[in-house]
Design a protein around this ligand. Structure first.
Ligand SMILES: Nc1nc2c(c(=O)[nH]1)N[C@H]1C(S)=C(S)[C@@H](COP(=O)(O)O)O[C@H]1N2
Ligand SMILES: [Mo]
Length: 415
């Protein structure tokens, strides 16, 4: 079902205590530097290559893959971003998470077309080449699957011992460039009474979702570029919808058709999937914006820390706009401290938060909770859990708790 656990966790065990090591006395430093240049300075370096790749020593930094139907449908599942191995906020293209329902289609961009039809005055057909001639905009945006953090949801009553990326890695951030959908719809001219759009992908399951026309005309992109290069096949090459702040499923990849309609289509992914079952047996439908969330990426599950100075860092984001504040607790939520933010939090994109901490070696529980501009604040897992039915897993934005044992090991716990 899943790729064997990579060796990277064992290789990256010692976080913290580093500052003490680098403050070695002068004598030790001199001995280390020596007179001799290191061996890699004694020979000319490797020449150029056309497309770069990470250092070979970092080759074990990769996505965790889950393929629940491996035998019948190996392309249905997820590949999760290793959040614990990354810094900053933008996800390298090769590590962007992937959620696909039936694999990555082998699209010929010369034969791929996007059709806008339905309740419009003018039907329009665009090749990728046509779209490349339109005015474009660039925005840094996160995409988060509504199934993200399912390991901490009601589907898992006991906390699993997994790494940060395995639990929360169905969120990634890229700088997306594309054509504002409002421009294309402006040319197609939706008829009066049209309120929804059905977006369909060119993959084997023709994934379809209903999107309110109001959002489509507001800030949705038909994206062609991801972090400056053409979109990766996994992310929807040659074109996809990017719907700022709203659940990942609406960001239809390999975009093929947009039908302007009066009513939603009630597709599988907005009825049986991605709806939120409550304890009373009723389900909430169309939970569009992803709620405010934060997670400490270091230290995090599977890592091991040493007593002394520790730089705590993590990500916070909200589908309601910008994050306003992130608080960190080192005592299981008894007291909270406001974390430093890396600059002004952007709209619909994560902000990195940071806090310096000295770990005294006693067991501790690290939490983070974010508040967004709409005033929403993350709840405890118990509070979140009580709002939904047994087994419910979508839209889990509960506070993550990392338990630090006396031996420095870090694990996911429920409080
Ligand atoms: N055509 C198509 N679009 C799709 C999907 C899919 O399976 N097929 N998966 C959706 C889901 S559930 C999510 S969370 C996002 C994931 O985008 P990513 O794989 O680029 O991270 O794409 C959405 N768009
Ligand atoms: Mo998703």
């Amino acid at each position: 079902m899943r790729r064997p656990r990579s060796p990277r966790l064992s290789r990256r065990v010692l976080l913290g205590g580093a500052a003490a090591g680098s403050l070695a006395p002068g004598a030790a430093l001199a001995a280390r530097a020596g007179d001799a240049a290191p061996d890699w300075m004694q020979v000319p370096g490797r020449p150029f290559r056309e497309y770069g790749a990470p250092a070979p020593q970092e080759a074990d930094v990769g996505r965790e893959i889950l393929q629940p139907y491996e035998d019948v449908s190996p392309g249905a599942g997820v590949a999760m971003t290793p959040l614990e191995d990354l810094e900053g906020t933008v996800t390298p293209n090769g590590l962007h998470f992937e959620r696909s329902h039936n694999g990555v289609p082998a699209i010929d961009p010369l034969r791929h077309e996007l059709l806008i039809h339905g309740e419009v005055e003018r039907k329009l057909l665009f090749t990728p080449g046509d779209l490349l001639r339109y005015p474009m905009v660039t925005r840094i945006l996160f995409i988060e699957c509504a199934g993200n953090s399912f390991f901490n949801s009601n589907a898992f009553p006991l906390a699993v011992d997994e790494a940060c990326g395995m639990i929360h890695g169905l969120v990634s951030t890229a700088e997306w460039t594309g054509v504002p959908l409002s421009l294309l719809l402006g040319d197609a001219r939706p008829r009066r009474g049209a309120r929804w759009l059905i977006a369909e992908g060119a993959d084997a399951n023709a994934m379809s979702r209903s999107l309110p026309l109001e959002k489509a005309l507001d800030d949705v992109l038909v994206a062609l570029y991801q972090n400056g290069e053409r979109i990766r096949p996994e992310q929807g090459y040659p074109m996809r919808l990017v719907v700022p702040g709203w659940e990942g499923n609406l960001n239809v990849k390999w975009l093929r058709r947009l039908k302007v309609v009066e009513e939603p289509v009630y597709a599988r992914d907005e009825t049986s999937k991605y709806s939120d079952l409550r304890p009373d047996g009723k389900a909430l439908q169309f939970t569009f914006p992803m709620d405010v969330k934060s997670v400490i990426t270091r230290p995090s599950g599977g890592q091991k820390i040493a007593p002394g100075f520790l730089h705590v860092s993590g990500l916070a984001w909200s589908g309601h706009g910008a994050v306003r504040r992130v608080e960190v607790s080192t005592d299981g939520g008894n007291s909270w401290q406001t974390a430093a933010l890396d600059g002004r939090p952007p709209l619909f994109a994560p902000v990195r938060f940071r806090m310096n901490w000295t770990w005294d070696g006693a067991p501790a529980t690290l939490l983070s909770r974010a508040t967004d501009q709409a005033g929403h604040r993350q709840e405890s897992r118990a509070e979140w859990s009580a709002r939904y039915a047994h087994g419910h897993l979508y839209h889990c934005n509960a506070i993550q708790s990392w338990r630090i044992e006396a031996d420095g090991s870090v694990t996911n716990v429920y409080l």
